[in-house]
Design a binder for this molecule. Sequence first.
Ligand code: MN3
Length: 197
Amino acid sequence: MAFELPVLPYDKSALEPHISARTLEFHHGKHHQAYVTNLNNLVKDGPNAGKGLEELIRESAGKADMAGIFNNAAQIWNHTFFWHSMKPKGGGKPTGAIAAKIDSDLGGYDKFAEAFKQAALTQFGSGWAWLVLDAGKLKITKTGNADLPMVHGQTALLTIDVWEHAYYIDYQNRRPDFVAAYLEHLVNWDFANRNLA
Ligand code: MN3
C-alpha cells in the first residue's frame, strides 16, 4: 500500500486572507505531495515496504543511513498535523481543558502566546514550533527541519510550520506576521483539546 497525500480538512481558500489558496496549492499540492512521492520511492520493493508512517518515523530516527526515509516520513506527518492545527475562523484564546492547562502549566494565555511566538521566530532556518505534552506537562518547543515531538517522547498538541515555503508567498520575509496571523486567526483549539484528551 503506497502512502497517499491526505486531503486538506478545509477548502484551499478557507484560510484566506491569512494563508492564501496559492500558498496551499504549493504547500499542500507540491511540497507535501513531494514528501509522499519521495517516501513511496524510498520504501518500495525494500525491507520497509508496507510499514506504517509512525513505525517508519520511529525506526529511522537518528539513523544516518535512513535519513531520507526519516525526513520524508516525518514531513508527511508534520504537514498533516499542521493542516489540522488550523481552521477557518480559528485563533484567539483557547477553550476547554487546554485553556485550564495553559493557565496551570504555562502561566496563562498571554505567556503561552509570547513563548510560542518566541519559539517560532528563533527557530533558525527551517523547522517547526510546537505545543506538546511532556511527562504530563505542557511545553513549548521548536525542532529543526523534519524533527518532531514523537521521537523525543512527547505528544504533539499543535504546530506551526516555519519553513519559508509556509509563508513566503503571502508574507515574504515577515515570519513574525505569519506567526501572529496563525495565533490570532487560525489556531484550532478543538484539535489541541482532542490531542490532549
Ligand atoms: Mn512545510
